[in-house]
Design a protein around this ligand. Structure first.
Ligand code: TYM
Length: 382
């Protein structure tokens, strides 16, 4: 069952952005307005640059476009108050490359700020929100998905993976403190719960709030958490931020990324549409097939495209270069120019992308295998 969030739109775009469903054409400016977040300004990027020495490509390209209190976290950092990172994954199946967008950014922040990451594997969430899900499957995927995280190169000494079902004893007291302070009417307004929503799901947002605060329990140190995630997760933080001061914690800060689209028109890459998603375990031939079937900004015939050019702004292939597979800004701009002026055809872009994705995945799959030998070093209860 999927709930309708208050943001569900009835206009012709039919944008829906909730933690459990994203569809339609996503209007990010409208999300900033309606969710009440702040856009990432040039001044804020300058503040980041002061600490990092450069502006990482995901920030430069505005793939991270919105935040809550990132400025405050950086000001505190200047005064000697560190922060911890927090992000997560709902292990309902294999990881796709869209899930890794916030993780890649999180790794960059961990390296630059030398800070801890708490990573929540929500095998409990995936069990309660999906009528068909089985607990042994979601717990199995929690370990499987952790391999993808570890393969990205996080520092073991600074990375703490929480497997919710297994580690609930660490979380439960804080979850109760949180749950006691959020009324059903607030939860219903935020998440659109209905009479048919099961109790496990209604309680669930309290569990996702816990890692915002767990550092104090682990170390005695009270510092803010900074959460890199796509904007779909924001409703959780709205309710968590309201109650944080009542419990004596900092309000958790966020930095929100856009969605990597699927290979079809509209929406985000989603595991529920496997033919339009690239999973980290996909073999090369399958990747090639998916990319060759992708929706592009090309014209009906080669002759037309040579004459009129293509439209990179609506092309999923171009988006993949933008998000992950072209580090060089100049080369990216040149590809866009070539497309618009009919100098490059969709087949060439698909070919280039297939090669790059398969190269990336071959390396990732190798590191993923290696992660099996070190996974225990990352468990919060090591
Ligand atoms: P999940 O498993 O749906 O998604 C994992 C992370 O990936 C982001 N995401 C995407 N980013 C870019 N492009 C996409 N196509 C795309 N699809 C998903 C999500 O925003 C998320 O950051 N309830 C959470 C698990 C969780 C969590 C957290 C996530 C627990 N605590 C703290 C972020 C931060 C979930 O089911 O995520």
């Amino acid at each position: 069952m999927l709930v309708d969030c208050s943001l569900t739109d009835e206009d012709k775009n039919e944008m829906v952005v909730t933690p459990w469903e994203v569809k339609g054409k996503v209007d990010y400016e409208r999300l900033v307005r309606e969710f009440g977040t702040q856009p990432i300004t040039k001044e804020l990027l300058d503040k980041v640059r002061k600490h990092t020495g450069e502006v990482q490509s995901q920030l430069r390209r505005q793939l991270f476009f919105s935040h809550r209190d990132l400025d405050i976290v950086l000001d505190l950092y200047d005064k000697g108050i560190k922060f911890v990172l927090y992000t997560g994954r709902g292990p309902s199946g294999p990881v796709h490359i869209g899930h890794m967008i916030p993780w890649i950014f999180t790794k960059y922040l961990q390296d630059k700020f030398d800070t801890r990451l708490y990573f929540q594997m929500t095998d409990d969430e995936k069990f309660v929100v999906d009528d068909e899900a089985e607990m042994k499957e979601t717990t199995r995927y929690a370990y499987d998905n952790a391999l993808d995280l570890i393969a990205l190169g996080f520092q073991p000494e600074n990375t703490f993976i929480i497997y919710d079902i297994q580690d609930i004893d660490l979380l439960y007291d804080i979850a109760l403190e949180v749950a006691k302070r959020i009324t059903y009417s607030t939860a219903k307004a935020t998440f659109g719960f209905q009479d048919s929503t099961n109790l496990g799901w209604v309680f669930w947002p309290a569990v996702q709030a816990v890692p915002c605060f767990i550092h104090k329990k682990m170390t005695g140190e009270n510092v803010p958490a900074l959460i890199p995630a796509a904007i779909d997760q924001d409703p959780y933080w709205r309710i968590t931020r309201d109650i944080a001061p009542k419990l004596g914690y900092y309000k958790p800060a966020q930095i929100h990324n856009r969605f990597l689209p699927g290979l079809a028109i509209g929406g985000k890459m989603s595991a529920s549409e496997p033919e339009t998603a690239i999973f980290t375990t996909d073999p090369p031939e399958l990747v090639k097939k998916k990319i060759w079937n992708a929706y592009t900004g090309g014209k009906g015939t080669i002759a037309e495209q040579k004459k009129q050019g293509g439209v990179p702004d609506i092309c999923t292939i171009y988006e993949y270069f933008l998000f992950l597979f072209e580090e060089d800004d100049k080369k990216l701009t040149e590809r866009s120019r070539q497309c618009r002026t009919g100098g490059i055809m969709c087949g060439e872009c698909k070919q280039d992308l297939t090669e790059r994705v398969n190269k990336f995945l071959a390396e990732h799959q190798r590191k993923r295998e290696r992660a099996k030998t070190i996974i225990d070093k990352f468990h919060i209860k090591r």
